[in-house]
Design a protein around this ligand. Structure first.
Ligand code: RFL
Ligand code: PHB
Length: 389
């Protein structure tokens, strides 16, 4: 099998890359280790930056999002039970869209298939050879090992993928931070306590009140990173959510049937450079942010927009300047998103090793961002998404 761009991974990065390339007349094949059903139902991110909303709309995959997505003008920060609104619309003129990542994935898969795109599900990439000149991706499908030959490889296979690890030792530098906590997330068949998301700072730990629709809530609690989800029966989750939401909104938190429950560890991670010869890493394969800033999926889309432009220039003119600059261009945005995600995470969580001094400083940070227009504008500008061009 042969194609122009071999893409490993049918997450938001791989699917959007294939879609953007198709619009420029460039062929690709996507290899995805999981089934279609699995990737379409994998619950993850929920917030789209304003320019991602525009890009999905302009490239013909925004119709269901504009019907079913929820436009949000801001967020609430709750400090020990007191709600403080931060209105992005007033501060920046922009908002964000709450629309599940798995819905974006469903829309992109439907569009790729309708446009004649090739996505091989349950096709696990095993290794990539000859990245320097004639890349080949070896993959296993239906028990048989097969080969996809291509001009370039899109390494869109997430944090645990094989693309990053097939780059020789010594090429990449890793930057990493792990956090001493994780998030317990539930999906509940109940309306969210407020139309806007609530990011809650509380002595007992952080909580986040988000949603997937007016009748389905997505709720998170700071927990230990290695905790067993079995120690969190539904009753304990609801009790803790009520306590951490606190006085202003407690009565508005409706308990519903818990549809899903899971624990995610938190880390910040970047590799530099994000490319080697004819292999380009995108999204979670190259960087991870803690979810507090709602940046992961947005960064993945930003990477593939840059890569699709560079590949388009190469196939049109033979020029490789944009391809050579891919990593440098992406990293400008990635490090700003890393900074913002670290800022939101460190402002809102309880760190076990914090001293009383650290706690007072953290409260001052929260008081500042909820009382100063300048500080709130800086938060808002980053949350809605820094300009793409
Ligand atoms: P993905 O989505 O992990 O997709 C990678 C795909 O590659 C496949 N794969 C392979 N396929 C073939 N062969 C192999 N050897 C393969 N190895 C792996 C996998 O099956 C998978 O389908 O990476 P991608 O496309 O880079 O997308 C990144 C996003 O998924 C991620 O950054 C976000 O979900 C992060 N995130 C959030 N991002 C936001 O922008 N806004 C948010 O509100 C937000 N909230 C979140 C989040 C992530 C969370 N978790 C679960 C970590 C909330 C949470 C709780
Ligand atoms: C979500 O709805 O899953 C979500 C929203 C905002 C975040 C993280 C996750 O910061």
């Amino acid at each position: 099998m042969r194609t122009q761009v071999g893409i490993v991974g049918a997450g938001p990065a791989g699917l959007m890359l294939s879609h953007l390339l198709h619009l420029q007349g460039i062929e690709s094949v996507i290899l995805e280790s999981r089934s279609r059903d699995y990737v379409e139902n994998r619950l993850r991110a929920g917030v789209l930056e304003h320019w991602v909303v525009d890009l999905l709309t302009q490239t013909g995959v925004g119709a269901r999002m504009s019907r079913e997505g929820l436009m949000h003008d801001g967020i609430n920060i709750s400090i020990e039970g007191r709600l403080h609104p931060i209105n992005f619309k007033t501060l920046t003129g922009r908002g964000v869209m709450v629309y599940g990542q798995h819905e974006v994935v469903k829309d992109l898969i439907a569009k790729r298939l309708a446009d004649g795109g090739r996505i091989l599900f349950e096709a696990e990439a095993l290794q990539v050879d000859d990245i320097a000149a004639n890349p080949t991706i070896h993959f296993r499908k239906d028990g048989k090992t097969q080969v996809l030959a291509c001009d370039f490889v899109g390494g869109c296979d997430g944090f645990h993928g094989i693309c990053r690890t097939s780059i020789p030792d010594g090429v990449l530098t890793t930057f990493e931070r792990t956090y001493p906590f994780g998030w317990l997330g539930i999906l509940s068949a109940s309306p969210p306590p407020s139309h806007e998301l609530i990011y809650a700072y509380h002595q007992r730990g952080f909580a986040l009140f988000s949603m997937r629709s007016p009748t389905v809530s997505r709720l998170y609690l700071q927990c230990d990173p290695d905790e067993d989800v079995a120690t969190w029966p539904d009753g304990r989750v609801w009790e803790e959510l009520h306590i951490r939401l606190g006085d202003d909104a407690r009565t508005r938190l409706a308990e519903g049937q818990v549809l899903q429950k899971g624990i995610t560890a938190m880390r910040s991670f970047v590799v530099e450079p994000m490319q080697h010869q004819r292999m380009f890493l995108t999204g979670d394969a190259a960087h991870i942010v803690p979810p507090t800033g709602a940046k992961g999926m947005n960064l993945a889309i930003a990477d593939v927009l840059v890569l699709s432009r560079a590949l388009t220039a190469f196939y049109r003119t033979g020029g490789s300047d944009l391809l050579e600059g891919y990593s440098h261009t992406c990293l400008q945005r990635i490090w700003k998103a890393q900074r913002f995600s670290w800022y939101m995470t460190s402002m809102l969580h309880r760190f076990p090793a914090d001293t009383l001094f650290d706690q007072r400083r953290q409260r001052a940070e929260l008081d500042y961002v909820t009382s100063s227009k300048a500080a709130a504008t800086a938060l808002a500008e980053n949350y809605v998404g820094l300009p793409m061009d």
